[in-house]
Design a protein around this ligand. Structure first.
Ligand code: ADP
Length: 271
């Protein structure tokens, strides 16, 4: 059996996915990017291989993607995270139907990607200048509220349902605003709900830049937050699809790309 590895070195997390030659998901692993991307990427790959009872000799082709993709020099190929995200989303959303718009929120950026009927990227918009509307902002809010990011979804649904408005457009000022709201006896639940709506409003603006086309797919770590999903759906007024493993879509796409590249290279050799 041939195995294909997709490595997504993100600003916050390293995601590694392995697929077989039929592009089926074999396994995946997520670890923090930390400060030593290269070392942690290798470490994470070895851990995943061990978990799957595989060795490096079982790997046929490696595609690296993400913010730190060029660091992984052993990769056979590296591709942009926009391309990898689109390939992964189309494959992960087969049961949902056609994907036309992808919303990706990562650790330090957020993106809206528009696809054509064939699943090709036709346009994208990105916010990588400002932490508001990214995973880092959610991490900072959770820290200020002394809860974990994985608890944000539950807190959102325990709120009074009327989101507090967080008006600061800058993450640093928004953090001060949150501390002020706590000082004014607002509940953690209502603040969390307000934070989610403030991010959702920014995301809707971003999506509008590429055009809102139905068949909306949301991925990246923050898509694990059901409260944020709820706020984005309400702000968009449209249903959005969340894959089973939203944080690994881009590495899944990179692994799938590896299968195609390998088959293409093999066909050139045969010709
Ligand atoms: P990147 O690719 O830029 O490294 P990710 O797509 O891996 O970013 O997303 C990282 C973000 O995902 C974190 O900053 C955090 O806010 C969010 N996140 C991670 N795990 C969870 C979880 N269980 N629940 C909610 N949010 C999460």
């Amino acid at each position: 059996m041939n195995y294909f590895v997709g490595i997504d070195i993100g600003s916050t997390a390293i995601k590694i996915t392995i697929v077989d030659e039929d592009k089926n998901l074999v396994g995946s692993r997520i670890s923090g990017s930390g400060s030593m991307f290269y070392q942690y990427a290798h470490q994470t790959l070895d851990e995943l291989l061990r978990e799957l009872n595989l060795t490096r000799d079982d790997i046929t082709y490696v595609v690296a993607t993400g913010y730190g993709r060029k660091i992984f020099k052993e990769a056979d190929e590296n591709i942009s995270e926009i391309t990898a995200n689109a390939i992964g989303a189309v494959a992960a959303a087969k049961e949902f139907g056609e994907i036309k718009t992808i919303i990706n929120i990562g650790g330090q950026d957020s993106k809206a990607i528009s696809l054509d009927d064939q699943g090709n990227v036709v346009n994208f918009a990105m916010n990588d200048r400002c932490a508001a509307g990214t995973g880092k902002f959610l991490d900072a809010c959770a820290m200020n509220l002394e809860i974990g990011v994985h608890e944000l979804g539950e807190k959102h649904f325990d709120s009074t349902g009327v989101p507090l408005s967080i008006n600061s457009t800058c993450a640093v000022f928004a953090e001060s605003e949150i501390i002020g709201l706590l000082g004014n006896s607002h509940s953690v639940e209502d603040i969390v709900c307000g934070v989610h709506y403030s991010i959702a409003k920014r995301i809707v603006k971003l999506v509008k830049r590429v055009g809102i086309k139905e068949g909306i797919y949301f991925d990246g770590g923050p898509a694990l937050n059901s409260g944020l999903v709820n706020a984005i759906e309400n702000e968009l007024g449209k249903e959005i699809f969340i894959p089973e493993f939203p944080q690994i879509t881009t590495s899944f796409g990179a692994a799938i790309m590896g299968v195609d590249s390998y088959n293409y290279e093999a066909s050139l050799k045969e010709a």
